[in-house]
Design a protein around this ligand. Sequence first.
Ligand code: ADP
Ligand code: MG
Length: 665
Amino acid sequence: MTAIDTLKLTDKRQEISKIMGFDSAEDILEHYPSRYEVNYLNKKEEFIKGARVTFKGKVIGPTKYIQVGFKRSVVRFKCIDQNDQELNCTVFNRPWAYQQIKEGHEVIVIGTVDGPGRINVVNYYIDKDIKDILGIKPIYPVKADVTQAMIKSLIKHVRIKMRGQIEDDIPLSLRKEHGLISREEAINYIHEPKNADEYKRALSRLKYEEFLNFYLALYMRQVPTSFKKAKSFSLDKINELISGLPFKLTKDQLSVIKEILIDLKSDRLMMRLVQGDVGSGKTIVAIIALYANYLAGYQGAMMAPTEILAKQHFTSVSELLAPLGVNVALLSSSTKERKVLIKRLEDGDIDIIVGTHALFSDDVKMGKLGLVITDEQHRFGVNQRKRLLAKGDDVDFLLMSATPIPRTLASAIYGDMAISSIYTMPSGRKGCDTLVIYQNKIDLVEGEIKKVLREGRQVYIIASAIDKSEVDGMVDAISLYEKLKRVFDPYVTGLLHGRLTNAQKDVIMDDFAQNKIQVLVTTTVVEVGVNVPNATCMVVYNAERFGLSQLHQLRGRIQRSNYKGRFFLLCDGLGEDVKKRLDVLANTSDGFRIAEEDLKLRGPGDLLGTRQSGLPSFVLGDLLNDRMFIDAAQRDAHMILANSDRDEYQKIIAKAKQNISDSLG
Ligand code: ADP
Ligand code: MG
């Protein structure tokens, strides 16, 4: 880092640096353009209405000045451009142009074509060397009163000051291998590219650098691969369990199970993420993993993000494994005999424990923990992983997620975690019709819903707010419930939301599961994992407020049977954006594609929830489109760490250490 006061900045430039928040020469040099304007003299055929054009012309005839009202004015002049076109140019609200542009002058104009031979002048230049205007012009992000000219001159000044002193952390061997230019060249090119090629070379170098630094830090921060006792179990017993299932496992389920069994048998700790769309059948995969772990003589734990889900998992696990002699228990914040249960866990009396976060508390100890599974939880950080490892030496770890994350992003977040994917749905599923309705009223689909109810199926109605006070303009669950219980009478309508106690929630969920309630008005508490196969219809109010992946998750709730699902998205906005987003959902059921769209349209923060911690933000790099750089950077980061004693790697390793302590501090 080069401190800013060594740069001999003028007062003005110091002030600009302060406004922009620059603390070092590096900050200034890494303030990259957000885009470029390319100005070249346009050809005649490029003068199409609406186009932005640049031309050089000679002013013919007198310039005219017209005052329009008090503050507004128009200056008009005529010129002949490099294509011999006669152009009528208009300059709005810059009265001084009348003094500056005179008959016979050479001018360069950047403007938009208003019609044949008519130009609206955006900028004009007189007496200027054409080279200063034509070419590629960087445009910088600026703050407050800082102008483009100021920031450009500041950056240029620092570039000149720092000439020959910009260090390159990337080992020369890697630069050679990838054909990358030096850091100094890249900095110069990105701020002042003479042509597209220079820009591209700068970008390649800087993106690779960003990714390499990122992955180095990521891998260095990671819990190192640990070893454990290999687990052994009888495959026959597992096959027996599988052949006793009421359905045939899909090809993807089988291959994921195989991957997990291999991990369990190996002497390295398993760190595996299983991702698959809602309803793709991840639970049974988890259960088989728990069973194998049990057969190997270990206890297992399965963690869910909500009580509802924990209970459901408890039921599924018990149904399949209790008949085989496995002791399964549920631990949640509402467990009454917590002490007794904890004691039994410690004694090894319980084989599999299902619960929420409560499982992480310090007082929960297990005699012989061998496997932990967390469901639907992408916020599982390094720290939690460490706490987990502290619970036992042989603890394998499996993470299940129904928020399909594009591979690139997954590897950025989970680093070295092995990833298994279930792409295909169990056969027999009828899928789902998705209909977007540009009105936040149920009226248009009321008939459809009643039809669903008459057929004996159940309906979810999702509102994004609990009550009126929450957010303006949103339909809220409580008012909706009051209204809909009349609309759908004699069918029973229920209300479920996050402010109810767990006991209240359980009662309502149970009633819904047993079809004592047919219409469930609820908030997104049902989002994760809940399984009521007979509910085949869902209406989402204010759908424009949701991320696509989240809506896709919700849609998964109604595709758990052999009946075709009906998914109605009600929204207020007729906005193009809203339409474009929701159409993606209507047109595809592939969660991975939807996640990518979400990522493109709203950025990773939204996809994973804004509180996602540790999510990298790249200045130039793009997790979705820079696959090539990412692959190379990951490979090289491993290679550097494997050879961390080599001299040429010292600089970049030191930098990664610095990055880590910065991000923690
Ligand atoms: P998710 O991946 O969302 O957790 P679940 O594991 O809850 O999905 O599975 C959804 C439903 O599909 C459950 O009722 C489950 O019993 C059923 N299921 C799972 N695998 C299959 C399969 N291979 N064939 C048919 N039904 C299956
Ligand atoms: Mg699930």
